[in-house]
Write a protein that binds this ligand. Structure first.
Ligand code: OAD
Length: 245
């Protein structure tokens, strides 16, 4: 199975990467679902929704401050480095991620499409145009207010109840339609419209190499190679930056 995957990567002309929270698990970030998932402990409706932010800004911002603090000092693991290496080798490898932690960019990857936004920045909830990096200084007082117009700030993450950034999601779907190989790494493939990205690639005849220790919503067929291993273990093996197999 791994040899077939290596051969497919070598031959692929239009490869694409699609990642989720499991990609960052070995860097120390928590996933949302499954064992020790954030949504087992917290309510997405309250903490990650636009209505929650408007009605309880302190609670929502307290949670984001906690997540930001948990991400401090977090660095990309060997699997990230392997993807960076592959991107350089291939010359053309867009990375679509549902993650908001910024680790793909921190690992030196380019052409990263953050379809759920980024928790590294915040902007004015009332849309006056103010935007800032999310530093501990900004988060000293919760909720943080816009210095320009006095409204509450919001994290630049797509909250439940909001549409995804149109240009980014449109380009993601276009890339999915024309790719010949898609890596689907560390995602439960449960959240739409993001989940439609791998299904679109499959519909258009691409092969998927899935890297996830557990089964997901993706089908079992000859076009889906499911490698039930952790991203940080398998990616360096596949892309030659680690021990050869
Ligand atoms: P989930 O938490 O739903 O799924 C994470 C997946 O990663 C699971 O299938 C795990 O089995 C897998 N996994 C865990 N450790 C792994 C490892 N070391 N290597 C590879 N895979 C591993 O996360 P997402 O699918 O990313 O939305 O969730 C999608 C969206 O739901 C998130 O972007 C977030 C959340 O609500 C927003 O914030 C808008």
């Amino acid at each position: 199975m791994i040899n077939r995957a290596i051969e497919l990567v070598r031959k692929s002309i239009e490869p694409l990467v699609f990642t989720g929270a499991g990609m960052s698990r070995e860097s120390g970030m928590r996933t949302f679902r499954g064992e020790d998932g954030l949504w087992n402990e917290y309510s997405p409706e309250q903490l990650s929704s636009i209505s929650g932010l408007r009605s309880n800004p302190e609670v929502v911002w307290d949670w984001y401050r906690m997540r930001l603090m948990a991400s401090e000092g977090v660095v990309p693991h060997a699997g990230y480095e392997a993807l960076t290496y592959l991107q350089k080798e291939k010359g053309n490898l867009p990375v679509i991620t549902q993650n908001v932690d910024g680790l793909h960019r921190l690992a030196g990857q380019t052409d990263v499409l953050e379809i759920h936004g980024s928790m590294r920045t915040a902007s004015c909830l009332d849309g006056c145009g103010f935007s800032t990096e999310l530093t501990s200084e900004v988060l000293k007082n919760i909720p943080p207010f816009c210095p320009d117009c006095g409204a509450i700030l919001r994290p630049d993450i797509v909250l439940f109840g909001e549409p995804l950034p149109q240009e980014v999601i449109l380009r993601s779907y276009r890339l999915a339609e024309k790719c010949d190989l898609m890596f689907v790494i560390g995602t439960s493939v449960q959240v739409w419209p993001a989940a439609g990205i791998p299904f679109t690639a499959l519909d258009k005849g691409a092969v998927i190499i899935e890297i996830n220790p557990v089964q997901t919503e993706l089908p079992h067929n000859e076009n889906v190679i499911s490698i039930r291993r952790k991203a940080g273990e398998i990616l360096p093996l596949l892309f030659g930056t680690g021990e050869k197999i």
